[in-house]
Ligand binder design. Sequence first.
Ligand SMILES: [Zn+2]
Length: 108
Amino acid sequence: MTYDLYETDKAEKSRKRLEKGGTHIKKSIRKAYEKLSQNPEFGTTFLEGTLRGKRRLKFMGNRLRITFAICEQCRSLGHKELNNCHDCERIPNKAIKIFDVFFRGRGY
Ligand SMILES: [Zn+2]
């Protein structure tokens, strides 16, 4: 069973801006999104500190990052406020909220 992906407005804007950087970036992002919808826990880590509650996927040779949450965990672990995940209750269990996509060194 695959996960549905929901992007925040911020993530959508970031992704569209990045995609203008070239088709290789566009393809990498598409692949990363597919990977997340297949298996969001594999190869991703829970973050600490100010990003606590979110998970991170590194891709494109470690240069790009996605911060996201599995909304089922947002709710069960009480991370809704931490993640500022306003519409969490309206998002189904098998779903992921993508908060941002960015180059390493930015967005933190
Ligand atoms: Zn959520």
